[in-house]
Ligand binder design. Structure first.
Ligand code: HEC
Length: 394
């Protein structure tokens, strides 16, 4: 090196623990401030000899923890009680016990970050380069030698006098440490990796932002498909193309009710020869309301209620075939037709025929025997007759 280099400090080497201990005490008593000791192992008492104050890291961690606790509580309060209040099982929007787990997690998280980054900052890390590493002698700091370094930035520093002072403390060697002109910035590899990592980290938020502000016709990615795609099974039929599906022995996806089982509401009327239960007489649909079916105002009222629950969704409130389901089908261009129950053809149907339709379903209309008791089905037919009469009025 041709030109005069900047001075980093002065390095003094000691051979024993006692040697560095006494030296440290003398350096301390002389009032130096920017200096340090390097030993191959922790030396008890050296902190006192150097007058090193206890680290403030615990306080930084405490502050981080409190910040995490408050942030966790505030976050949950804002989300659950202010921004999106949502009643779950009648619980209050905001109560401390329910929010402890998350607040605990954020407390730990913020404490850990405070500990890690606080340690880095207090130790002035990351530091890419230290002129001491250029001194061959200094490599023994990790095996069997003890070193004191007084840095040039100390107010009392003077290359000659400080060197003499260190020699007088019993150093076995004293050496001037200059700053070689080498780059002190991070190595290229580090910068490259950091740039790539930063780009990768920014990728997910960029993708989220992109998909939030655009629309697409494509189906979304299914990295974890879960139950997003399922085979469609229709009740009591073999799935199309899977006629030999092994779900049940007969190839169907659901079991038929066991022969002879009776719905609770139909107990007492369960005799198949009872027309009020089966809607049949001599195997044919009855032509009038069978005996045992009560026809009164309460039945009509119940029929109205049952119709609005089970039929109006498709057939519409007035029976015209314009229920929400039918309208939705039309709005997306489906040609699916729901029968207009005010049609001559339906008005002329016998109660037994309509009973059969409700019980077993017809074409695309499902049967309602499982949901509605026989009595409810008769009541609906009664209401349907009333609807048809009312609409046909001149
Ligand atoms: C899921 C929609 C839907 C529901 C709910 C529904 N139906 Fe239907 N209904 C239909 C469709 C569709 C048709 C026409 C079926 C065909 O013949 O293609 C139909 C046809 C009918 C017919 C005419 C049958 C014939 O002989 O042509 C009657 C009567 C009937 N429904 C009564 C009812 C009653 C009563 C209820 C309530 C218990 C009800 N429907 C519930 C969709 C529904």
């Amino acid at each position: 090196m041709t030109h005069q280099n900047e001075i980093h400090g002065i390095l003094a080497e000691y051979e024993t623990v006692d040697g560095i201990m006494h030296a440290a005490e003398q350096v301390r008593d002389s009032g130096f401030r920017h200096w340090d000791c390097h030993t191959p192992f922790p030396v008890h008492g050296l902190d006192d000899a150097m007058d090193v104050k206890p680290t403030i890291l615990p306080w930084i961690v405490l502050a981080g923890g409190i910040t995490g606790l408050v942030a966790g509580m505030l976050m949950q309060w804002w989300m659950n009680a202010v921004d999106y209040p949502y009643v779950i099982s009648g619980k209050p929007d905001w109560s401390i016990p329910a929010n402890i787990p998350v607040a605990f997690e954020t407390t730990v998280l913020f404490s850990a970050f405070a500990a890690l980054f606080g340690m880095f900052i207090l130790n002035k890390l990351p530091q890419w380069y230290n002129p001491l590493f250029r001194k061959e002698r200094f490599s023994r700091a990790t095996s069997d030698r003890f070193f004191v370094v007084i840095e040039a930035k100390d107010a009392q520093f003077d290359p000659k006098k400080t060197a003499e002072f260190l020699t007088s403390t019993g150093a076995s060697a004293v050496e001037l440490v200059d700053v070689p002109d080498e780059p002190t910035s991070p190595p290229f590899g580090f910068k490259a990796v950091a740039a790539i990592m930063t780009a990768l980290v920014l990728l997910p938020p960029a993708m989220i932002a992109a998909s939030r502000s655009s629309t697409t016709e494509e189906t979304r990615f299914h990295l974890v498909p879960n139950m997003d795609f399922q085979q469609k099974f229709k009740a009591q039929t073999a799935p199309l193309g899977l006629e030999n599906h092994p779900l049940f022995a007969d190839g169907t996806a659901t079991l038929k009710p066991i022969d002879g089982t009776i719905a609770q509401g139909d107990l007492g009327k369960s005799d198949p020869s009872n027309a009020a239960y089966s809607g049949l007489r001599d195997g044919k649909p009855v032509t009038e309301f069978p005996k045992g079916v009560v026809i009164d105002e309460a039945a009509l009222e119940n029929g109205r209620e049952q119709y609005n629950i089970y039929c109006a969704t498709c057939h519409g409130d007035s029976g015209k075939g314009d229920g929400m389901v039918a309208r939705r089908a039309a709005s997306i261009g489906q040609t699916w037709m729901v029968t207009n129950l005010l049609d001559e053809r339906i008005v002329e149907q016998t109660p037994g025929k309509v009973f059969e339709t409700i019980t077993k379903g017809i074409n695309t209309m499902p049967g309602y025997a499982a949901q509605m008791s026989a009595a409810n089905r008769w009541d609906v037919i009664l209401y349907l007759k009333a609807l048809q009469k009312a609409q046909a009025a001149k």
